[in-house]
Every structure is written in structure tokens, then in C-alpha cells.
Design a protein around this ligand. Sequence first.
Ligand code: NAD
Ligand code: UFG
Length: 337
Amino acid sequence: MSRILLTGGAGYIGSHTGVELIQAGHEIVVFDNFCNSHPESLDRMEQITGTTIRRVRGDIRNQTQIETAIRAHDCQAVIHFACLKAVGESGERPLEYYDNNVAGTLSLLRAMRATGVRTLLFSSSATVYGVPQDLPLKETHPLSATNPYARSKLIIEDMLRDIYRAGPEWRIGILRYFNPAGAHASGLIGEDPPGIPNNLMPFMAQVAVGRRNTLRVWGNDYPTPDGTGIRDYLHVVDLAIGHLSALRHLDTPQCLTLNLGTGTGHSVLETLHAFEKISGTTIPHEFAPRRTGDVASCYADPSQALAVLGWKAERTLDHMCEDAWRWQEKNRNGYRS
Ligand code: NAD
Ligand code: UFG
């Protein structure tokens, strides 16, 4: 058992990971400024786990706040989810993205150095592979960034590699997530993006429940079997469990980089039809031009995670749709329902 600080722990992936950590016997402290989440998610996590969750309202850019939280709660490790993550918005507001994501991470790392905490899992993303040159994507694929959000992830990854080089006592796990989807089986926690969802699954779920009228399918002229984009959708609970495996593996100093994905790609239309089947709804959709910056196909080679951690995603696309639908039906307007 250890006590772990979760920056951004009230968000989509943080809340699901928090639940799995608690159920595996860890204690968590959620550090979040709620800029893109709702404290209600923490109440729901308490409902699922039957525990009281320690919570700190704070900003990762404030080093003192993080140091105080680590000391007050005697945390031994950090999982760093806190981040701004909207790709399009990052192009319009690059300063905010570099400030929140890069400067925020610097401040977190300084706080960790000051408090002697040397164990860190970082939420990276498949976006650091840029435009895929070879599929499936291996961890050795060249890295590049096509927008400020992606560049912020790449800069942080580079910072972490430098920190490990200079201080080999660090235990760092860089986890490159593919496309998290779905929700907790209880229907109590799930994805609740503010405003209009950028991502396919929450947009589709909101159309299915009648909150939005039509799904726009961005491009049906890609070189894929049905012309729509292919992604590696990964159940958020599988992803959460991946963090537990990675944390267990960080029992010795290292800087580990792993893909967390299923290795299987699904097109937009396949995903849409799966969601319709599971929800028993018809999802009105129309084809629209390609979205700037999108690639045709992106899916992981997850074999390293299996070899190193013994971790493998178990849940299928149907399972993701079933859980996303349960969450959406029970919480039509998310946590503000
Ligand atoms: P999310 O927006 O639901 O959660 C992020 C959380 O961080 C929110 O609760 C937000 O309030 C908090 N936060 C943001 N800036 C903060 C700050 N300065 N101080 C304190 N808290 C702050 O996002 P998510 O989907 O749960 O993503 C978690 C992590 O996973 C992010 O780092 C994201 O880049 C990464 N990731 C997500 C996806 C995805 O598709 N969801 C894919 C790849 C990587
Ligand atoms: N799509 C639509 N209509 C929509 C939303 C998405 O057709 O309304 C399509 C996209 O064009 C793409 C697929 O659905 O083909 C998936 O799009 P998402 O926006 O859900 O996911 P992306 O792969 O574009 O991006 C996500 C995260 C990024 C992250 C990346 C890799 O948003 O932050 O996965 O991890 F970098």
C-alpha cells in the first residue's frame, strides 16, 4: 500500500484510475483545480469505493500548493494527469497550453524534488508519434508534434528523460495512451467534457441520448476500408488497470516508456454501428470534410506493455459502448445532471 497524489484526479482518466487504485488497497490524494472537471466526480468515486477521498483544490503551477499537499498527506508517488487536452484549442491558445502543461509539470517536478518523492507516472499520448510512418506504432517510432498540445507532451517527455539521466534514482513511467473510451461499469463516473465534445465517443453518446442532433463524421475519403478514420479505442478501466501494473513495476529506478492501447483499430463507422447496436438508438450522422490535423489510421503495438508489465487490454469495443451508454443515460448532462 502506498499513498499516491493524483494531479487531475477528478478528470475522466484520473477518476477511473483513482477507483482502481483504492480497490487495489492504495490511498489517493486528488489534487485538481477543477478547470475541466466537477468535484461531484469525487463524491461518486467515494460512492463506488465506500471510502473518503482526500482532496486538495490547487493548481499544479503553484509549487507551494503541491509541496504542501505532498507533505501534509505524506505521498510516496505521483500520477500526473492534470493537463489541458483540446488539440484545436491548443492551436488557438498556445501560451495557455505551454503554461498549464509544461510550466505546470516543471512546478510539479520541483515540488517532487523538494519533498524527496521520486516516483512518477506521466499521462502521455499517442499524439507524440505525429503522422504515423509505420503501423502498428511501436515505442521506437520517431517522435514529432503537429500542434501545441502534442508539443507540450513531447517537451514533458524530453524533460523527464533528462531528469532521469541527471538523477538515476528516479522511477518514471511515461504512458502513451491511445484513445480512452467507455466508463465505469457502475454508471456513476464517466467522460463529461465541458462544452461541445471534441472526441468521437462522448459526441456520439450525446447524440444517442438526444443532447445533440447529428454526428459529423470528419472525412470518408481516407485510405481505410470504409473511408473513415481508424483509431485504437481502449476501455478507460483497462487503462486505469495499466497504471496499477506500471506503478507496481516502478519498484526500482528506471525511466520506462510504454504504449497503452489494444493493438486493434476501429473506424468511425464501425464505432458508430457498435454504439447504435448496444444503445438500441439510431445516431443521425453526416459526412463532413476531414478535420485539420487528423490522420487516417493510428493504433498501437501494445506488446511491450505485455512483455514488461504483463498488462493487456481485455475489454472490447462493445464493452466500451455499453459502459459509455449506461453512463450517458444515467447522467444525461454529465455530473451537472
Ligand atoms: P480531463 O480534462 O478529464 O482531466 C484533466 C484534469 O486535470 C481535470 O480534472 C482538470 O480540472 C485538471 N487540471 C487541468 N489543469 C490543471 C491545473 N493547472 N492544476 C490542477 N488541475 C488541473 O482529461 P483526461 O481525459 O482525464 O486526461 C488525463 C490525461 O491523459 C491528460 O494529461 C491527457 O493529456 C492525457 N490523455 C488523454 C487522452 C484522452 O483522449 N482522454 C488521450 C491521451 C492522453
Ligand atoms: N471524429 C468524427 N467526428 C467527431 C469526432 C471525431 O468523425 O465529432 C473522428 C475523427 O476524425 C477521428 C476519430 O473520430 O477519425 C477519433 O477522433 P477523436 O477526436 O476521438 O480522437 P483523436 O484520435 O483525434 O485524438 C485523441 C485525443 C488526443 C490524443 C489522441 C491520441 O483527443 O488528445 O487521441 O491519443 F492525442
